[in-house]
Design a protein around this ligand. Sequence first.
Ligand code: BG6
Length: 536
Amino acid sequence: MNDEPQRPATTIVAAAPRHEAKPADPCLMVIFGAFGDLTKRLVVPALYNLSRTGILPQHFALIGVDLADGTAESWHEHLYAMLKSFVGNTSAEFEVEAIDEKAWNSLASRMSYVQGDITKPDVYAKLGSEIAEAQKKYETGGSVIFYLAVADRFFGTVVDQLGQAKLTHQEEGEGKNGKLPFWRRVVIEKPFGHDLASARALNAEIKRTLHEDQIFRIDHFLGKETVQNIMAFRFANGLFEPLWNRDRIDHVQITVAETVGVEGRGKFYEATGALRDMVPNHVFTLLGMVAMEPPVGFDAQSIRNKKEEVFSAIPAVPSENAVRGQYGPGKVLGQPKKAYRDEPNVAKDSNVETYVAMKLEIDNWRWAGVPFYLRTGKNMASRLTEIAIRFKEAPHTPFEAGPSTAPPPNWLVITIQPDEGISLQFEVKRPGPEVTLATVRMNFAYTDWFPKEPNVGYETLLYDVMIGDATLFHRADMVEEAWRVVQPVLDGWARDKAEFPNYASGSDGPAAAEALMARDGGRKWRPLVAEKEART
Ligand code: BG6
């Protein structure tokens, strides 16, 4: 029996007043990859949510561009079918009780479709006419967002073609209520490059057409409330920041563990792998939030400067400080899973990793000597994204040493998903005549304090593009710094063949990842399942 103290059921509910955002100014949005997965699962549901919550511009229009034969009607029917599938579906991107037909119709009635090959100039001529027509019909003014929901090999070409068709030119023009700035912005999905050289080349290529302030490199991790909360937690409280440094922190563990495998994305994954798919983008997003210095202001420039500054202080990771893994067969949450090499469109002798762990250092005053351990993997024992900060042990303990009296270290854990919240682990005296210690947790769960909004995670990001706030988007230099840090690992792995598979589906990852930790004075990864259960 577990005799550790259990957290009582939470009873507090405080409805903090919600800051209501205003509808964004008129604009038009063009989605390249209109019939693609990302568009129907995330981008359009997010626009629907903005429409539902009344912050989509009142004058707005949406144009889809794709190679598929289609019409405005067939396109919105296709999108509506996806939205319908979210109703009452607990495993969907976001679960809704019912579709708000008014909000959907208001969006659907402003959609049009342009069919064509995005590598050919004629589609841009057609698009230009469609934009002009929609601008007139829906009074959207001259501002346009181009969303590139297409495979990364098309990013450069689309931007180049948009430039040649003069669709990215920003001008001042007459808006409905007087003078409106006309802007043209381009949203670029990940992966942004597949190594340092290609990321640099892509930046150089798109900057021939666009200014940096027109480019919104999207990373949906930055749309997660709990990721944005890290800054509030650190910089809106006087309590934690004095502890947030090498004097008090022993090390930091960042975990992004998924219970899904490659889910039919074998082709993409074979060309990408876990490192490129997750580390220089999503995991670095978390790292930047935890490790950056306090910004002077909350504007995009100040915050992105601080993130870039911390990334540039990270020495490139030598390949001996990284471990790769690939899942074999096993069971995840009781369900049998096949090996990665048996997934569709995956080579039988694939050398592609589905798991990465690495250790990195940050060479600055705050973090010198504090290792950051990062890990991410598919088909793991439990779904868990967390940042765990392990504090140094007490310098001296008056309690007798022994299994029940030696105090374990304090942990501060920020859970990004699935149970969003913050938990602080510390020691208390167990009730009774003897002085023995027990480890307890003080837990803050988002759901105890705030109503849960149906959200796919792209809403804030799309709204920010509309209002021109680039705070939550990666700047060119940040992207390049992140690739620089992981480049030696990519090079080392490209040279040597791995012994795969090396972890069972449903496990905590390969043994070599444990060894990576253990060699630093016997440190251990936090077990995935036990940690999750302790908080739920
Ligand atoms: C995507 C990756 O960017 O992020 C996927 O390509 C990964 O492989 C996904 O599964 C994880 O995102 P989330 O929001 O489900 O944690």
